[in-house]
Design a protein around this ligand. Structure first.
Ligand SMILES: [Zn+2]
Length: 628
């Protein structure tokens, strides 16, 4: 069995005091000052030879003391970088510098960081401090700092597993994928990918609109054992993809979960909110905040387009999916190129106000698993511009009548998109100046958006960089308490954006209860309404809703106007899905369709086959497809 750490050191002079894994990355520590300052390209040679990320850091005994280091850093970095914090991770010889303008800390071609490194021997890492204070991002960063030791050990262990049978040759063997949830349905997405040596879970969600056992993926099948799971990959933070991951930690999972950094922060926030909602409904929550913390501690964040080994026979890359902040498609290179699989998660194949279009160019591709939320021939979406105009017109009509508009939103994605549309319209005097109230979790998630502008499209990113942050525009009013909510309900014409998006719990239901009776008010759906949800029933024309209010049954008459604007969805419409199938480079041999109601999946599958001559499959839950 090859030992990659030993193999790497063979080519170096005797200057390495210790070598470690940090997940798939390799870190070498040196106690030789000259080698640390100038290794004459030796490390670069190793990276090229082994095709792995290899980093050289100073041995902890070389490090300047922390107080002095902080002084040096403050002296070196320019004042207008707006430094907010300097944090030390002495176990790993890392100093984290948090500033409002990270670019200024880095300096031209990284010159300032280089100076810090040479003067202090610490390895600097730069982090952006969010423009809107984000409590969750702060507490996640705190959890990670407090657990530096555990984290170092965990990452080393992950690396040992990845490289235990290190083998750069192509590997043959079988590959199959089992649909534990999300087959011919939306909600509870969960796929088990297996090879002869590795088991990986792709997403593990909850169907919030489902009843009883139908809420959860089929985790009671014989081939799924938590103790045998090597890794979890999460495409994005929406509960139908992420919701059950903390529960896996409750059941004892302690392996890595791969995702982008914004997905980690939002998934943690949504999981904590999910616990809160359960308490409000007087139900026992599935997991506790301790389990959410475990998830955070075991998360390995990857950037877009960053290649990372996750098992001896699997290498993954996350690509922008265009669906929500930090959302990604997972490309999995199995057996050193023996098979290449793409799982899109939720996909938007068009530019939106917030994000760039999903990626469709991949290094190699044999099988693609794609979503089909809007896959049927009835789901051709109106152009974006037209849909935005429709929203504005619809709001104007209602305000003219003196009514209120309720837009139920998923906290992540749609809400921020709607905010940008409304902000622009108001800015251009295309909307009367009525208050826009933001209630529920939307505000916290706005904060996370400003912490990770690199994941937004170039326009919004530029606005945030120029301190012209659209999310903090004064047209938005945050509703933070029950009494503030009462004022909105009793007040004049306004626009209300509130979670949850499908009217299953949360502030949106509260507003609906009070707005429903008045025919001058309007309910405007801009996101997908799951089967069985209150939103879906109202969308389909139900005129009376029974609701339990403080233990009493209450009848709500639905007299308000109901409008759906499908063209504002964060999912690819029918034409985008067909275009994605056709334009993917290289073209896959097979497309597997999931995450859509049965008729939509079947319709999309037959169209892709007829139009583009690509083999398609539409698995049911519990079905397994052999890829190789
Ligand atoms: Zn989603």
């Amino acid at each position: 069995m090859a030992d990659i750490l030993k193999d790497i050191q063979k080519d170096l002079p005797k200057v390495i005091s210790s070598a470690n894994f940090e997940g798939a990355n390799i870190v070498l520590y040196t106690d030789d000052i000259d080698f640390f300052k100038d290794n004459e390209g030796k490390i670069r040679e190793l990276v090229n030879k082994f095709k792995k990320r290899i980093e050289l850091r100073a041995d902890p005994k070389l490090l300047k003391i922390q107080e002095e280091t902080e002084k040096i850093i403050k002296k070196i970095i320019p004042e207008d970088s707006c430094l907010s914090e300097v944090l030390f991770d002495p176990q790993r010889s890392i100093v984290v510098i948090e500033a409002k303008r990270p670019g200024l800390v880095i300096g031209k071609s990284g010159l300032i960081l280089k100076e810090i490194r040479e003067k202090t021997f610490w390895t600097p890492q730069v982090q952006r401090s969010p423009a809107i204070k984000s409590k969750i991002t702060e507490s996640i960063r705190a959890v990670l700092y407090q657990n530096n030791n555990i984290r170092k050990r965990f990452l080393n262990l992950v690396g040992k597993k990845i490289y235990k049978e290190w083998n750069p040759e192509k590997m043959e063997g079988w590959i199959r994928v089992t649909f534990l949830g999300g087959g011919r349905q939306v909600g509870r997405s969960c796929l088990l990918l297996q090879t002869s040596q590795t088991k990986v879970l792709l997403d593990c969600g909850i169907n919030v609109a489902g009843k009883g056992k139908e809420k959860f993926p089929y985790l009671d099948v014989s081939e799924f054992k938590i103790s045998e799971l090597d890794a979890i990959i999460l495409t994005h933070a929406h509960l139908d993809h992420s919701g059950l991951i903390p529960y896996l930690f409750k059941m004892g999972y302690r392996g890595p979960v791969y995702m982008t950094a914004p997905t980690r922060d939002i998934a943690a926030l949504l999981a904590l909110d999910f616990i809160g909602v359960a308490y409000k409904q007087a139900a026992a929550p599935l997991f506790s905040s301790v389990d959410v913390k475990e998830m955070v501690k075991h998360t390995i964040c990857l950037g877009y387009n960053e290649v990372s080994d996750i098992a001896p026979d699997m290498r993954i890359t996350l690509y922008n999916a265009g669906h929500a902040l930090g959302s990604s498609m997972v490309h999995i290179n199995i057996g050193n190129g023996s098979h290449n699989l793409l799982y899109t998660g939720d996909l938007k194949y068009a530019k939106t106000k917030l994000l760039d279009r999903g990626i469709s160019n991949f290094p190699r591709l044999e099988t693609a698993i794609i979503e089909s939320t809007y896959g049927s021939r009835n789901d051709v979406l109106a152009p974006r511009k037209e849909s935005e105009e429709q929203l504005i017109q619809s709001i104007k009509e209602t305000i003219k009548k003196g009514g209120k508009i309720l837009i139920p939103e998923l906290g992540l994605g749609r809400a921020q998109e709607t905010m940008l549309i409304l902000e622009e319209a108001m800015h251009d005097n295309n909307l009367p100046k009525v208050p826009i109230y933001i209630d529920g979790m939307i505000w916290d998630i706005n904060g996370i958006h400003t912490a990770y502008p690199d994941f937004l499209n170039s326009q919004v990113r530029k606005e945030i960089f120029q301190d012209n942050n659209p999310f903090v525009s004064d047209v938005f009013i945050r509703v933070g308490s029950a009494s503030e909510r009462k004022n909105v309900i009793e007040g004049g014409p306004c626009i209300v954006l509130a979670t949850s998006g499908m009217l299953v719990g949360g502030a949106s239901v509260e507003y609906f209860r009070h707005f429903a009776d008045n025919k001058n008010n309007k309910l405007c759906f801009v996101c997908y309404q799951g089967i069985g949800s209150l939103g879906r029933q109202i969308q389909e024309g139900i005129k009376q809703v029974m609701m339990n209010v403080d233990g009493k049954e209450e009848t709500i008459n639905v007299n308000m106007e109901i409008v759906t604007i499908p063209g504002l969805t964060a999912h690819a419409g029918r034409n985008e899905l067909l275009e994605f199938a056709n334009r993917s480079q290289p073209r896959p041999n097979r497309i597997i369709i999931n995450h859509g109601e049965q008729s939509k999946c079947l319709d999309l599958a037959s169209s892709i086959y007829k139009l583009h001559h690509i083999e398609t499959n539409v698995p049911r839950n519990l079905e397994t497809i052999r890829l190789k």
